[in-house]
Design a protein around this ligand. Structure first.
Ligand SMILES: Cc1cc2nc3c(=O)[nH]c(=O)nc-3n(C[C@H](O)[C@H](O)[C@H](O)COP(=O)(O)OP(=O)(O)OC[C@H]3O[C@@H](n4cnc5c(N)ncnc54)[C@H](O)[C@@H]3O)c2cc1C
Length: 458
């Protein structure tokens, strides 16, 4: 299987393509009887973290891309119940002209809503995990369960009383998720799009100013990002996407709400960034008026809940997302939670620069401002797959940077096929590991599902 991240290749025992829940149950029962292991995927575009490659060898890949029904759409209350093969493009199209939007990611329009949410991905409005209201899953014994109030007919009417195990299926391998209830975003009156290009020496102040803005209260909705801060070594054969200016970084993201809330948010944002040189040029555009030839068009679409592949094409130099895993440009991601104060940001950047220098590998940093407490960091690592040692250097950079960040107290919140078991082990207490072990042992005593992916034992 091809992988843009050039992780160690894994031997695959086969591929199953069930189309219905009953077929998933049959695949699970056969695998259990034959002593096989299964690795479920929704659309398999987990680029930077392993694409569609399992964490261990000899798994049967369960490709759920053919299960692509939107089971129900509640346009009164804003919920969709979707199967794993439902793509961002498919659901967004269904929501066109309705009072609701999808919280879309910057990845390909044909990525899965379910797969991304199970990975705790980030959308344009909030972290995707906050969209997850309930799930339906096939357990390793072949039984079908639902959580969070989702019923077995694919309807969702709200969270029911009692314990809710939905979160136990996120970044875990307790079951094959066959449907998910997704909370939609109300379509706002105004679609603001914040944009500023700022000199790189202002990064610490900008991150801290954005944190202060959120802590004082952002009256509008939308996930703001500080992004495109390049970390470039002084020598070596490093690679960055075309058009990136290493002297600048960007503040970007939507402000959604009524005209008044968007205007108030803009005013408060400007005040929070008063000490940031260059931030006076910050603009809040009307996303609906951004034209296709404008470089901000991709982000303007995202702000409106319209997924697009343009961002992936530009970043990885491809003309179709089908080329990503076989293209010249290699890509890895390191995903730590990041503090937002000036001192911590300075320290973190210092160690990351040292790691980039040692390994002759370039990267771009992004702070996804998902909460008032910590940001979801995205360190995008690019490499040229035709340069013989570039993949190895990129992997070493990710290892070194992850270790250094942990030394500064930054935990990894989303991991890749090489490191997810080790990250779980390193970042959990013995008590937590024992509890997870017992939970996995109860649901999956034979270690049938996704061995090595967010679990420490098969
Ligand atoms: C340029 C670029 C931009 C990107 N932007 C973003 C972004 O804005 N936000 C973001 O979050 N990511 C982003 N990504 C990363 C990635 O492409 C997306 O997260 C993508 O949505 C993940 O792939 P997928 O949806 O096909 O999920 P899959 O690859 O199908 O699933 C991901 C993992 O979840 C598990 N899984 C999937 N389905 C099931 C199931 N039904 N049951 C049990 N377990 C399952 C499996 O372990 C699988 O490996 C970006 C990547 C690139 C290259």
């Amino acid at each position: 299987m091809r992988d843009v991240g050039a992780h160690r290749p894994r031997a695959i025992a086969g591929v199953a393509r069930p189309q219905t829940v009953a077929e998933v149950c049959a695949v699970v029962r056969c695998a259990a009887a034959d002593g096989r292991r299964l690795y479920p995927l929704s659309t398999g575009r987990n680029w930077g973290m392993g694409s569609g490659v399992p964490a261990t060898d000899e798994n049967i890949v369960v490709d759920l891309g053919g299960m692509n029904r939107i089971r129900s759409l509640d346009l009164e209350n804003g919920f969709a119940v979707v199967e794993p093969g439902v793509t961002q493009a498919q659901l967004a199209e269904e929501l066109r002209e309705t009072p609701w939007l999808l919280n879309v990611t910057a990845s390909c329009a044909d990525t899965s809503v379910v797969g991304n949410a199970l990975e705790r991905g980030d959308g344009s409005v909030r972290s995707r995990v906050h969209d997850v209201a309930g799930i339906e899953a096939v357990l390793p014994d072949g039984s079908v369960i639902t959580t969070g109030g989702l019923d077995t007919w694919g309807r969702y009417r709200g969270r029911v009383a009692g314990p809710d195990l939905t979160g136990a299926f996120v970044q875990h391998n307790l079951g094959i998720v066959t449907a998910m209830a997704i909370a939609l975003v109300p379509r706002p009156q105004s679609f603001g799009l914040v944009h500023a290009r700022i000199p790189r020496d202002q990064i610490e102040r900008a991150v801290s100013g954005m944190g202060a803005f959120l802590r004082r209260g952002n009256p509008a909705e939308g996930l703001l990002r500080v992004r495109e801060l390049s970390l470039v070594p002084s020598r070596g054969d490093w690679t960055l996407p075309d058009g990136v200016d290493p002297d600048l970084f960007t503040i970007l993201g939507p402000l959604l709400g009524s005209g008044e809330t968007v205007r108030l948010a803009e005013e408060l944002l400007r005040k929070a960034l008063l000490e940031v040189e260059g931030a006076e040029a910050l603009r809040v555009l009307d996303a609906t008026a951004v034209m296709p030839d404008d470089p901000l068009y991709t982000r303007a679409l995202m702000a409106q809940g319209i997924p697009t592949c343009r961002g992936v094409h530009n970043a990885l130099g491809v003309s179709s997302c089908d080329q990503v895993d076989a293209g010249k440009m290699g890509f890895l991601a390191l995903l730590p939670q990041l503090p937002m104060d000036v001192r911590s940001t300075e320290n973190i950047l210092q160690v990351l620069r040292a790691a980039a220098e040692c390994n002759g590998t370039a990267s771009m940093m992004e702070w996804n401002l998902v909460s008032r407490n910590l940001a979801n960091g995205v360190i995008q690592i690019f490499f040229d797959r035709d340069v013989p040692d570039a993949p190895a250097r990129a992997h070493r950079f990710r290892q070194d940077a992850g270790g250094l960040l942990r030394g500064y107290g930054c935990v990894i919140y989303r991991s890749d096929i090489d490191n997810s078991a080790a990250d779980l082990y390193a970042q959990s207490s013995p008590g937590t590991l024992s509890m997870l072990h017992r939970l996995k042992g109860t649901f999956d005593p034979g270690g049938l599902l996704s061995p090595g992916r967010y679990s420490i034992s098969a």
